[in-house]
Write a protein that binds this ligand. Structure first.
Ligand code: NAD
Length: 494
């Protein structure tokens, strides 16, 4: 890994792609407008990004539709498609430093995370879906002797993907991998805070041999480019990851346009249930701390609530506090940094608004808790005890490095509390009793449950939520179904 001085030198010299990518070429927005991409690291402008709107989305949909209908990708022999996607994954790996730097400058995540997690995960996802291309079979239904009924998967056509800023490259790859492997064309609208890695991913895809028009990127603001994409009648499916209020709008846009399919991956308020029979409190404490302070708490499945029984509570809290004594917060370009700044002033002020209510209803701030202002986007890891389950601190997604502690007298109360928010993305159980762990796992209304661990994730399993956390599932072979339509063909053998 490069040292901080080397990363800083590269950051000073970086000249990222900043235009819209349509049909294999970078183009200005039709309006000629741009917006600034500002780094949370030092508030410097990294690039002026093309501000796409309806005209640019139209252009992208026309190009993607033409490409799809030409069959150049949608009808290519799977044997020929696979090596192109594999080569793309290889290029992501060989451009790891460039991609990691863009991700860190754009969103402030530690460079060591961008290197070891974000870039490597994105490459793995593209590689994994490439490998499915010539291994995915369709079905023959148990039809009568005088007929054959085939059930085949067909690509949907043009897919729109609107993605957030917290894991730009990873979440974009979750849409790209299965959508492109299934033969669709895709238009990605990155979050305005984090356009850069998507543009480089697109350039690398073309370099790998992906035909022009298969993967397009329309940069721009949510209510403009995002809305135009979600409302476009030429888009067959909208894959959305982001906040609940925007997800609601996506459904509305689809209803008011062509009733396109909408997959929603939304927020969370994930709980750790720590029971009195949890034996390894050291592991629990450090895992719980990583699970909320990683990426400055800006993770949809962040374990932002600890629901704990009295027998282990004091020891657990003491160990989380001890963990924080050695946790390195600072400049994201320092390879030793474990937590960087919040992505933007707007998001920092959202987190501040929660810190400001902590203590007003009997809560006790044990660590951190101070809001920041001006150009200071560094909110320190915060631990708040004595939080009432009905409090906004316990109910709402803060999306910052804030962990709240809630007391539970027994297993039943712990499960009720864990399920007691509008969300249902993920949860964890800490216990030494495997039967109890499975019983609780069954009763948790969450898309992912971890037992004696947290945040184990890989492309091999689906990821998505129950309830207000959305209904879509990214990753795994199941995602291939999400980017295809089933077609039934009956053949009369008489
Ligand atoms: P957001 O909803 O503000 O923005 C997400 C995307 O939607 C961005 O590209 C944005 O430009 C676009 N957008 C915003 N307003 C729009 C509009 N009116 N029309 C069309 N597009 C619009 O969310 P965010 O702040 O970028 O991301 C944080 C949220 O994402 C959190 O709630 C987090 O939990 C959630 N998230 C969920 C998952 C998951 O897999 N479930 C993963 C990561 C993040």
């Amino acid at each position: 890994m490069l040292d901080q001085a080397a990363w800083e030198k590269r950051a000073a010299e970086v000249k990222p792609d900043s235009k819209i990518y349509i049909d294999g070429s970078f183009v200005d927005a039709a309006s000629g407008k741009t917006f600034e991409s500002i780094s949370p690291r030092d508030q410097k402008v990294i690039a002026n990004i093309a501000a796409g709107d309806t005209a640019d989305v139209d252009r992208a949909v026309i190009s993607a539709t033409k490409t799809f209908e030409s069959g150049v990708w949608s009808e290519m022999n799977p044997r020929d498609k696979k090596p192109i996607m594999l080569q793309w994954a290889e290029l992501i790996k060989s451009h790891q430093e460039e991609l990691a730097l863009l991700e860190t400058l754009d969103v402030g995540k530690p460079i060591s995370d961008s290197m070891t997690v974000d870039t490597t995960s994105a490459a793995r996802v593209i590689q994994w879906y490439a490998e499915t291309i010539d291994k995915t079979y369709d079905e023959i239904a148990p039809s009568p002797r005088n007929a054959i009924a085939m059930v085949t998967r067909e690509p949907l056509g043009v897919v729109g993907a609107v993605v957030p800023w917290n894991y730009p490259m990873i979440i974009t790859s979750w849409k790209l991998g299965p959508a492109i492997a299934m033969g669709n064309c895709i238009i990605v609208k990155p979050a305005e805070q984090s356009s850069l890695s998507a543009l480089l991913l697109a350039r690398l895809a073309t370099e790998a041999g992906l035909p022009d028009g298969v993967f397009n990127v329309v940069t721009g603001l949510g209510p403009e480019a995002g809305q135009a994409l979600a409302r476009h009648k030429g888009v067959a499916k909208l894959a959305f990851t982001g906040s609940g209020p925007t997800g609601r709008k996506m459904l509305q846009y689809a209803a008011e346009s062509n009733m396109k399919q909408v997959a929603l991956e939304l927020g969370g308020k994930s709980a750790h249930i720590v029971l009195d029979d949890c034996v390894d409190l050291d592991v629990a404490a450090s895992t719980i701390a990583w699970g909320i302070y990683y990426n400055s708490g800006q993770t949809c499945n962040a374990g932002s609530r600890v629901i704990v029984q009295p027998g282990v509570k004091d020891a657990l809290i003491a160990k989380i506090i001890a963990f924080l004594d050695t946790f390195k917060v600072g400049d994201p370009l320092n390879p030793n940094t474990q937590m960087g700044p919040i992505v933007s002033k707007l998001q920092r002020d959202r987190v501040n608004s929660y810190l400001e209510i902590a203590g007003k209803d009997g809560e006790q701030v044990l660590v951190g808790g101070k809001s920041t202002s001006g150009d200071d986007l560094m909110i320190m890891p915060t631990l708040i005890d004595k939080v009432k389950p009905t409090s906004r601190l316990a109910q709402e997604e803060i999306f910052g490095p804030v962990l709240v502690v809630i007391d539970a007298k027994d297993e039943a109360e712990a499960v009720a509390l864990a399920n007691g928010t509008e969300y249902g993305l993920a949860a964890a159980i800490w216990t030494n009793n495997i039967a109890r762990a499975h019983r609780i796992a069954r009763n948790l209304r969450a898309g992912t449950v971890w037992i004696n661990t947290f945040d184990m994730l890989d492309v091999i399993t689906p990821f998505g939520g129950f309830k207000g956390s959305g209904s879509g599932r990214d990753k795994s072979l199941h995602a291939l179904d999400a980017y295809s339509a089933l077609k039934t063909t009956w053949v009369d053998l008489n």
